[in-house]
Design a protein around this ligand. Structure first.
Ligand code: NAP
Length: 321
């Protein structure tokens, strides 16, 4: 009997076709009713699951009897209850590295767009409001040579630092829970406490993974430390930031602007952010290029096949048991 694979979100069509040739594949679809109910139903006799963007924990995985692996098409794995998976002897594998550069590109896109008011001036031009030269209210913030503070100098954080250092001659500051001396040397990056990084940076970019210590890391008190001309960018996870505090800070023009790819609730709907022209809101597209999404799908496929063929997947998140 063929092994059963549950596809729990839309995945690359070629990868899905390959899976369908090898395994019995069930594709879940929110159009067919409550997704968690579908998961509980299909997971009972599933050997593997692949996808992204769904909360998977005891509440929907408990009926599983022989699930060996969940292969997430993402580097972030905060949607999964890792300790439950450990206890249940279910592997969780992710897709690091292949999305680092493209996500760093997106961080810089947000930084530049927010600094130079790209979306609002684009709209202004298209609205036919360009009747004379731009006024001072439409001027942006200079990026070249400024101070870039990176919270979370990991893979993506380092790729952002590289862009800032080599491309824009920026002075790099960073904050992690532990200093990253070797990586930091490459960009002459200086370690700062969170407080000092926020006080001293012209641009603050959040690139941490979401964990118990990074949850709500940036709130009212942290925004209060930032400079009035500063630009804040979050490409990490929405829950790292107190979104209501950020909205207030932007409404009061306490900082210059923000660029966001991630939110506390996604997809973002009816948010007060939509009323603000000093924030750039993107729909969680950090890794969403044709090339990178292909590479991520390929890696997730390899992780899944390895597990089903009794090899240890290359990128295991949890323990190797
Ligand atoms: P990574 O290499 O693990 O880097 C994360 C960094 O955050 C680590 O260096 C970690 O260092 C630091 N960190 C964790 N908690 C911290 C805290 N409380 N304070 C300060 N630093 C902290 O991961 P990555 O590949 O760069 O990815 C980072 C995250 O970006 C992912 O987990 C994912 O959530 C997000 N992401 C988003 C998109 C998107 O589409 N927007 C795309 C890809 C990834 P220490 O442990 O030393 O503190």
């Amino acid at each position: 009997m063929n092994k059963k694979v549950v596809v729990f979100s839309q995945i690359d069509s070629e990868i899905q076709a390959r899976l369908e040739k090898q395994y019995q594949v069930v594709v879940l679809n929110p159009k067919n009713g409550d997704i968690n109910q579908q998961i509980r139903h299909e997971v009972v006799d599933a050997d593997a699951m692949i996808g992204a963007g769904r909360l998977l924990n005891e509440s929907n995985l408990a009926p599983a009897t022989k699930l060996k692996i969940i292969s997430t098409v993402s580097v972030g794995y905060d949607n999964y209850d890792v300790s439950y998976l450990n206890n249940s002897k279910i592997w969780l594998a992710n897709t690091p590295h292949v999305l680092t550069e493209t996500t760093a590109d997106l961080a810089f896109t947000l930084l530049m767009s927010a600094a130079r008011k790209v979306p609002s001036l684009d709209q202004w031009t298209k609205n036919g409001e360009w009747k004379r030269t731009v006024a001072v209210e439409q001027f942006g913030q200079e990026v070249f040579g400024k101070t870039l503070g990176i919270i979370g100098l990991g893979h993506i954080g380092a790729a952002i630092a590289r862009r800032g250092f080599h491309g824009f001659n920026m002075n790099i500051l960073y904050h992690n829970r532990r200093e990253k001396i070797e990586v930091a040397q490459q960009f002459n990056a200086q370690y700062r406490s969170l407080e000092n990084l926020l006080k001293q940076s012209d641009f603050v970019v959040v690139a941490v993974d979401l964990n118990s210590e990074s949850k709500a890391l940036i709130g009212v008190n942290e925004f209060a430390l930032m400079q009035k001309h500063a630009v804040f960018v979050n490409i990490a996870r929405g829950s790292v930031v107190d979104e209501n505090a950020l909205i207030e800070v932007l409404q009061n023009k306490q900082i210059f602007a923000a660029g966001l790819d991630v939110y506390q609730g996604e997809p973002l709907q009816d948010s007060p952010l939509f009323q603000l022209n000093n924030v750039v809101t993107l729909p969680h597209i950090g890794s969403a290029t044709i090339e990178t999404r292909k590479k991520m799908a390929e890696l997730a496929y390899q992780n899944l096949v390895d597990a089903l063929e009794d090899r240890t997947p290359r990128y295991l998140v949890n323990e190797n048991f």
